[in-house]
Design a protein around this ligand. Structure first.
Ligand code: PCA
Length: 199
């Protein structure tokens, strides 16, 4: 098992851009700590997201699956600790996997990854859980997939704030933002820290 599968999402809702897509695309083909990054951009639609990720995990057999998404209210990069077995549906919530485990911990040390991101001067913290929308869904489904295989591969999720360009496009409302280049540096450092913690 070698390489990194890095996923991002297309823009959704009122957002014209999604920094997770831009960073996934920017890092595609790059080598980090000797591992090639393969990127995949996912639709923001329950079901279609996993339809492309799970086969890619089987095909690429990556050592690390890192997913990225936009959290417009995040004041910095959030390295998510937990994915819940919960998804948003019209008027409520329901389990992602009926009778599946209530939650999975990320297969990375969220505190150390956040600290590695801060070490390159990019604000980041470990954050409790990834919400109840697509980001939590992809994180839960990837962790569930890896647990079913009983393998030791690493996987996790990082939520990104708005990029500066997106914040400008949104009319500079109250939401925080960071320059895209800074977030890209942070994501690269996050990947390197997980890969280095292996060797
Ligand atoms: N953010 C959403 C879904 C896609 C994305 O980039 C989320 O936080 O669930």
């Amino acid at each position: 098992m070698h390489g990194v599968l890095l996923t991002g999402f297309v823009p959704f809702g009122d957002f014209s851009l999604n920094p997770s897509q831009q960073i996934a695309e920017a890092l595609h083909g790059e080598r980090i700590e000797g591992h090639r990054v393969e990127s995949l951009v996912l639709p923001v639609e329950f079901g279609l997201d996993v339809e492309s990720v799970l086969p890619a995990i089987e095909q690429i057999q990556p050592h690390l699956v890192l997913s990225l998404g936009l959290a417009a209210r995040a004041p910095c990069l959030w390295v998510e600790r937990i994915a819940l077995n919960l998804r948003r549906v019209d008027g409520g919530e329901r389990p992602i996997i009926e009778r599946g485990p209530a939650a999975y911990f990320a297969r990375l040390e969220a505190e150390s990854v956040a600290s590695a991101i801060r070490a390159v001067d990019v604000p980041a913290v470990a954050h409790v859980y990834a919400g109840n929308y697509l980001c939590n869904h992809i994180m839960y489904r990837v962790l569930h997939h890896l647990s079913r295989e009983g393998d030791t591969r690493r996987a996790g999720f990082i939520h990104l704030p708005q990029s500066s360009a997106l914040a400008i496009d949104m009319g500079c409302d109250q939401s925080p933002s960071l320059p895209l280049e800074q977030m890209e540096i942070g994501v690269r450092a996050a990947i390197a820290s997980v890969l280095c913690s292996e060797t």
